[in-house]
Design a protein. Structure first.
Length: 151
């Protein structure tokens, strides 16, 4: 929901441990003037704390979209995805797997766990930020998101 659309900004949770990819995602949000609020956690355990509003995140907003890497410390992205889809309060949040992995096993497992999309991160900076823009445009501008049950 970028400013040009006049829509209300949405909270986006990026679960990513690679500092370079975090920086590029932040730069994509700035470059395209994406008004959605980006929150970042760097491992699977932090992601679950953020989403469940526990530990260091008691006041965390409920994201309208989760961008989740597969290869994470503590809990893998696929373990986080499995937990999300078992939790009745979290299972409706759209999850985009955003990863360097092109492994067929990761792709199949992600969709079996009900990921909404699987995007392989481009290595080129311009293609990477364009991919972030496309995810934002599709999931946060075009698609109707489910309401936050906490509101």
């Amino acid at each position: 929901m970028a400013e040009r659309d006049g829509l209300t900004p949405v909270d986006v949770l990026l679960v990513e441990d690679d500092e370079g990819d975090i920086l590029m995602t932040k730069e994509a949000f700035e470059f395209y003037r994406i008004r959605n609020r980006l929150h970042v956690v760097t491992d699977g355990e932090q992601a679950l704390h953020f989403l469940r509003r526990t530990g260091p995140f008691p006041d965390a907003p409920r994201p309208g979209l989760i961008m989740l890497d597969v290869n994470l410390p503590r809990l893998s992205g696929l373990e986080v995805l499995a937990e999300l889809k078992r939790d009745p309060e979290l299972l409706l949040i759209p999850v985009v797997i955003l990863t360097t992995s092109q492994a067929e096993e990761d792709i199949l497992r992600s969709y079996r766990l009900h990921a909404n999309a699987y995007v392989t991160k481009p290595v080129d900076f311009e293609q990477f930020i364009a991919a972030i823009r496309q995810v934002d445009d599709f999931f946060l501008t075009l698609v109707q998101l489910p309401p936050d049950p906490g509101r």
